[in-house]
Design a protein around this ligand. Structure first.
Ligand SMILES: C[S@@+](CC[C@H](N)C(=O)[O-])C[C@H]1O[C@@H](n2cnc3c(N)ncnc32)[C@H](O)[C@@H]1O
Length: 471
C-alpha cells in the first residue's frame, strides 16, 4: 500500500472553509459580474468571484504570473484574470467552449463593423424566412430596427441571390439533425436559427466578427429558441411553437456591444495578451512555447454521469461545430473519462493510478454495490471503470502541467464530491490530492467552497478547492 501523502488532508472535519464559503449567493453570477461572463455559460461553471478570491489567496501577481485554465469551459477564469491585468492561457477540447473563450476575450473587436454586419445579417435572415414562408413575428420588427431606425427593407439583387441559396436541409442534413436529442427544438424556431446561421456565414467578414455573432446565436439557441432546461443535466422542456429568435439575437448583440464598451471604459487598452488553444488537458502540447505558468485556477469535469457533449449538443450542432457521429466521438475521445458514455475500448488512463489504494477502494466499492443491487446494464457495468479512468486521466493532466509551471506556482482545482454511481461517495478533491501528490505536487489544502444538492440522492454534496503547489 502506498503511504498516505503526509500533506494531504484526509479528514473532512479538518477542512478549512474559504472566507467566502458563508455566502449564500456562491453559485450565482452576481449582477456586477454579468458583463461578458453572462454571454454564454455552463450551468456547472463557477462564478467570477471565485476567480477573484483565489487570485488573491494564491498571491497572484500580474507583473509575474501568467494565469492558466486548462479546462476553460466558458472562460470564467481567463476573463476575470484579464480584468485584473493578468496574461492568460486557456485550453479546452470542446469547440463550443473555445468559441465562447475566443469571443469573450475579443475586447478589441471593431464594434462599428459588428453594427453594420448586424443590419446585413438581419436583413438577409428576414428575407430567407420570407422566402420559405415564415414571416417575422411582429415583436421582432421593433428589435430589428435597433441599429438603423430608418432602415427600410430593401431586398437588393444581391440579397435576393443569397436568399435563393438558403437551403435549410443543406445546413442541417438528417444525419446532423439526428445528433440533436429529440424535442430539443421545434420546427419554426429551428428554421429561424438556420436562417440566422446562414446569414451570419454568408455575410462573412473577419472570423472574429462572425464568431461574435455565432456566440450570440449560441446564447439565443439555448435561452430562446430551444426547448431545453438545465438541472444541472440538460433536459427537455415543453415544446414552444415559435420564438422571437431574430429579436433575441439583435438584443443579445446589443448587450454584447454595450459590455465591450463598458470594459473599454473601465480598462485601458492595450489589454493583457490572452492565448486560447484547442487541446487535450492530458497532453497540453499547445503550452510548449509559453513561459512558465505561475497560477492555475480551473475546474475539470467531475466523475459523474454528466455528458458535456450532450449539454452543449443543441447549439454545437446548430452552429455546425459538430456535423457527424464521428465528430462527436472524436470530441469525446479528447475529454476526460468522466461518464459512462465516453468510455472506449482502448482506454488505459487507469494504468497511471493503479497503485493508489484510495482510488482502488472506491472503484471496488462501486462494483460491489452494482453486484449487490443486481444492476446489469452496459453503462452501470462501466461505473467503476469510469472512476479509475477519470483519476488516471487527471494523473496525466497533472503530469503534463507540472513541467509548464514555474517552481512555486500554485493551482486551485474546483471539484465536487459525487454520488452518481450507486450512491457511493467519491471524495473527488481528496482522491485528486493523492493523485497530485504522486505526480510530485505539494498539497497545500482542501477548502470547502460550497455545497450543492445532488439530483440523484437529494443530499448536499460538498464542492472543494484543492490547492496545489509545484515545489
Ligand atoms: C466544469 S467545465 C469548466 C467550467 C469553467 N470553469 C467555466 O466557468 O465555464 C469542464 C470543462 O473541461 C473540458 N474538458 C473535459 N475534458 C477535457 C480534456 N481532456 N481536455 C480539455 N478540456 C477538457 C470540458 O469541455 C468543459 O468545458
Amino acid at each position: 500500500m502506498m503511504d498516505k501523502p503526509a500533506d494531504a488532508v484526509d479528514n473532512p472535519t479538518t477542512i478549512a472553509a474559504s472566507p467566502a464559503a458563508a455566502s449564500v449567493v456562491k453559485n450565482q453570477l452576481q449582477p456586477e459580474d454579468a458583463a461578458i461572463h453572462g454571454w454564454y455559460r455552463f450551468v456547472l461553471g463557477y462564478p467570477p468571484h471565485l476567480v477573484r478570491e483565489y487570485l488573491h489567496r494564491l498571491g497572484a501577481d500580474p507583473e509575474r504570473d501568467w494565469v492558466c485554465d486548462p479546462f476553460c469551459g466558458t472562460a470564467t477564469t481567463p476573463v476575470e484574470a484579464r480584468l485584473h491585468g493578468f496574461t492568460t492561457i486557456s485550453t479546452d477540447a470542446n469547440p463550443i467552449a473555445l468559441l465562447a473563450t475566443h469571443v469573450k476575450l475579443a475586447w478589441d473587436i471593431d464594434l462599428e463593423v459588428v453594427r453594420c454586419r448586424l443590419d446585413d445579417v438581419l436583413e438577409l435572415a428576414e428575407a430567407c424566412l420570407d422566402h420559405v414562408g415564415l414571416a417575422n413575428r411582429s415583436d421582432n420588427l421593433q428589435q430589428l430596427t435597433l441599429f438603423s431606425p430608418q432602415r427600410v427593407r430593401r431586398t437588393t439583387p444581391t440579397i435576393q441571390r443569397y436568399v435563393e441559396q438558403f437551403n435549410p436541409d443543406e445546413l442541417l442534413p438528417p444525419t446532423m439533425a439526428a445528433l440533436i436529442p429529440k424535442g430539443f427544438i421545434s420546427p419554426k424556431p429551428l428554421l429561424r436559427v438556420l436562417a440566422l446561421r446562414f446569414a451570419i456565414e454568408t455575410m462573412g467578414g473577419d472570423a472574429i466578427i462572425t464568431d461574435f455573432m455565432r456566440l450570440a446565436l449560441a446564447n439565443v439557441i439555448v435561452t430562446t429558441a430551444g426547448n431545453v432546461g438545465f438541472g444541472p443535466e440538460v433536459y427537455r422542456l415543453p415544446p414552444r411553437d415559435d420564438a422571437d429568435v431574430l429579436g433575441a439575437f439583435a438584443r443579445m448583440i446589443q448587450r454584447m456591444i454595450d459590455d465591450v464598451n463598458t470594459i473599454r471604459g473601465r480598462h485601458r487598452a492595450p489589454f493583457p495578451p490572452a492565448h486560447v488553444y484547442h487541446d487535450d488537458a492530458r497532453l497540453l502540447s499547445s503550452l510548449a512555447q509559453c513561459p512558465p505558468i505561475g497560477i492555475v485556477i480551473t475546474s475539470p469535469p467531475y466523475p459523474n454521469e454528466k455528458d458535456y457533449t450532450r449539454s452543449t449538443r443543441l447549439e454545437s450542432v446548430l452552429l455546425g461545430l459538430l456535423k457527424t457521429r464521428h465528430d462527436v466521438r472524436a470530441l469525446k475521445e479528447h475529454l476526460l473519462r468522466s461518464n459512462s458514455r465516453n468510455v472506449f475500448a482502448g482506454d488505459d488512463d487507469d494504468t497511471y493510478i493503479a497503485d493508489i489504494p484510495t482510488i482502488r477502494q472506491v472503484a471496488e466499492e462501486i462494483e460491489t454495490q452494482r453486484v449487490k443491487l443486481g444492476k446489469t446494464s452496459g453503462f452501470e457495468r462501466l461505473y467503476h471503470r469510469v472512476t479509475r479512468l477519470y483519476f488516471g486521466g487527471m494523473y496525466r493532466h497533472f503530469a503534463a502541467l507540472f513541467p509548464k509551471l514555474r517552481p512555486g506556482a500554485r493551482c486551485a482545482y474546483v471539484v465536487g464530491d459525487q454520488m452518481s454511481f450507486f450512491r457511493v461517495h467519491i471524495r473527488t478533491a481528496h482522491l485528486l490530492a493523492d493523485v497530485a501528490h504522486k505526480v510530485g505536487y505539494t498539497v497545500e489544502g482542501i477548502e470547502l467552497w460550497r455545497t450543492r444538492r445532488s439530483t440523484v440522492t437529494g443530499n448536499d454534496l460538498a464542492e472543494y478547492v484543492l490547492i496545489l503547489r509545484r515545489p
